[in-house]
Ligand binder design. Sequence first.
Ligand code: GDP
Ligand code: IMO
Ligand code: MG
Length: 425
Amino acid sequence: MPATVLIGAQWGDEGKGKIIDYLAAGAEVVVRFQGGNNAGHTIVTKDGTFKFHLLPSGIVYPGKAVVIGNGVVIDPKVLLSEIDSLEARGFPTDGLRISDRANVIMGYHCMLDGAEERHRGGKKVGTTGRGIGPAYQDKVARSGVRIAHIVDRELLRARLEAVLPSKERALRSLGDDTRLDVNSLVEEYGRYGDALKRYVTDTSVLVNGALDRGAQVLMEGAQGTMLDVDHGTYPFTTSSNCVSGAACAGAGIGPKRILKIIGVVKAYTTRVGEGPLPTEQKGDLGRKMLERGGEYGTTTGRARRCGWLDIVVVRHACRLNGLDALALTKADVLGGMDEVQVCRAYMLDGKEIANVPSTVEELERCEPVYDTLESWPGLKADDAKGGYGTLPRALKDYVRYIEKGARVKIEIVSIGPERWATVER
Ligand code: GDP
Ligand code: IMO
Ligand code: MG
């Protein structure tokens, strides 16, 4: 069976975890392929609420293989604490497999993340502070430490001896005089390696083997298209490619393995951190969305900036990801509003434009052109029981409006955080 890729079509936090959890019921393998513990994916099942940063969202199902692919940057300390807390809740992690080629987020990457942000002054990105950017910089600069290194102390020592001097120099240039001691880092990261060793393997072999056998493989994207380092609001992006194409490089599979690509779209728009957000509502409306949607970051707890749905952005995501279908989430949050607005185009310097401009300077000057739609009554999770046909008419009109603007079908509508608050079309 071919793989299905699921990605975020906005600025992250679209509800990817919830939709992956819903779809994982029918999959044998769930794979993360990029990002790191900057991600925070929430799932709500009968067993409670789970927030995952590195573990793929399929982990709560017994008997599934869940894979952290080579394209992910892994903070082993965070991963181990996630594993421990899940096991303490009675969920085994035997199905977890970690790529031996994945890069490691070291403590100095987190220090560098903070120092780089301080040096950006008024132009900070508002990163999650988890060392993501510096870890990807090292990967691309060929100065990274990989999982294969931390499971072998000799390899780890040799690697650290090669890279630490340049890391100390980098810290010093940013005003941080911390000395990086090879022995203590070998000791600390060697211990993490010991604890993770039983999960480590060549995950490309595993995933391709599963595909060869006909297993259903689900690929779980992190962040979102507008945070993609190439296609997002650069430089206010993350440091990885978040589009569907990254699934191949980040999991070690060929493009022909992918049959279906699903984009997750929140019924409105949010973003955490700095950078342009054309439809942002800074007043009462934005606050209403924030409160009703519980829009606080899963990783950092920061309040998310909120605004109306932006179809220009959704269309950008449809094109870049080659989307076959959309999952619309948080439709309940807009229920009971006076009206719903959607941005269908931008005005830039007096001209109407239909695509996202390439510079943030231009995007900052874009004025959204809105259509106003009717709102629908409030919804509860139980309203999913009757199926799509029983959803309020105005919500179905909203679904059709988005489909027309995006030219992609909405196959799933989510009306609550719970696994069962989900309607298939
Ligand atoms: P992700 O990063 O894309 O996985 O999304 P997050 O988990 O960071 O943020 C989405 C938030 O919305 C989480 O708190 C989810 O539990 C919640 N959520 C997901 N779908 C729905 C929905 O349809 N309605 C409501 N009200 N909440 C939802
Ligand atoms: P999920 O997978 C929302 C944002 C940060 C910051 C920018 C760069 O839960 O959707 P980084 O730490 O990656 O260098 O920060 O990207 N960001 C996210 N925003 N959801 C996420 O992940 C994010 N991961 C990073 O807030 O603006
Ligand atoms: Mg999130």
